[in-house]
Design a protein around this ligand. Sequence first.
Ligand code: AMP
Ligand code: ZN
Length: 112
Amino acid sequence: MDCLFCAIIKGEIPSGKIYEDEYCYCFKDINPQAKVHALVVPKVHITSVDAIDEQSSVIISKIFEAIPKIARLLSLKDGYRVVSNIGDHGCQSVKHLHFHILGGERLSDKMA
Ligand code: AMP
Ligand code: ZN
């Protein structure tokens, strides 16, 4: 399977690492959409939010435990946004589940 984020997790493609634990890897988005833009991904390949099931939801809960730690590391004290794009209509370009963490400034009040 040819997956960009699996290659990043394995260190085959360089990335700006922010945080890592047993379950997830967090790195800087290469094309930031806000002053701070990080991506957090599960270390196991899950295609998108739409593929989460009873088994993989444990990993997702671990990611959501990591997100506040990552926010502290990034000094996002005034808040931030967590976004996950899913499929074609969601404009998901990389088919490995990822949560965008956006902040460092006041974001648009538009969600779409
Ligand atoms: P999405 O459009 O939700 O699938 O988001 C994919 C994100 O991955 C985009 O924000 C891209 O800028 C980002 N991206 C693509 N390639 C890389 C890379 N090599 N390193 C870091 N971020 C990347
Ligand atoms: Zn993958």
